[in-house]
Design a protein around this ligand. Structure first.
Ligand code: ADP
Length: 166
């Protein structure tokens, strides 16, 4: 059976921690789909769904990573069924991720209409404490973003912070 994997997330914005998981999982499966949870109307996201796709596309191209990007809403398991996904990829950082990730995967297993396995990849040491929300705080305080996000994302974050002031 073809191994079709889905790596879902908010990616607001994509960090080097996400890129690391994407790179590593793109080598493990026949196909990798990066699934962006569609922003809800009341979402406080910094970036639109389209901007997220563009940023991720730029990274895939630059890094020569083979993966598809899709935006989805509704139940994760419905999307998985539609795309014939049989592997869910998640990243595990510190212990604090564990409980949420376990809840996330077990809830989806209960709802699932077809069998799937969850594969947890441990975060690389340098990205262990990296999260999109912290990176946004660093950006708002004009900190150096180059440790946390790729150049294209850094540029867009700086522009976004500037636009908040207008
Ligand atoms: P959400 O906010 O919807 O949980 P995220 O985009 O924050 O989505 O995360 C998507 C997935 O990527 C989750 O499994 C999360 O644990 C993982 N992840 C996030 N940041 C990192 C990181 N620095 N290293 C490894 N995995 C990460």
């Amino acid at each position: 059976m073809k191994k079709v994997a889905l790596y879902p997330g908010s990616f607001d914005p994509i960090t080097k921690g996400h890129v690391d998981i994407i790179k590593r999982s793109s080598n493990l499966f026949d196909k990798l789909i990066i699934g962006i949870f569609k922003n809800s109307t009341k979402s406080k996201a910094w970036f639109s769904d389209e901007e997220k796709v563009e940023m991720i596309e730029e990274i895939l191209k630059k890094e020569n990573i083979n993966a598809e990007i899709k935006i989805f809403n509704g139940l994760l398991v419905d999307f998985m069924c539609k795309e014939k996904v049989n592997i869910l990829v998640r990243g595990l950082r510190a212990l604090s991720d564990y409980e949420y990730e376990l809840q996330f995967t077990l809830t989806n297993k209960t709802l699932a209409k077809s069998e799937f396995e969850t594969v947890f990849l441990t975060a690389s040491r340098e990205y262990l404490y990296l999260s999109s929300s912290l990176v946004k705080e660093v950006a708002q305080n004009k900190g150096n973003l180059s440790f946390f996000v790729t150049e294209n994302v850094e540029k867009r974050m700086i522009e976004r912070v500037e636009s908040f002031k207008r």
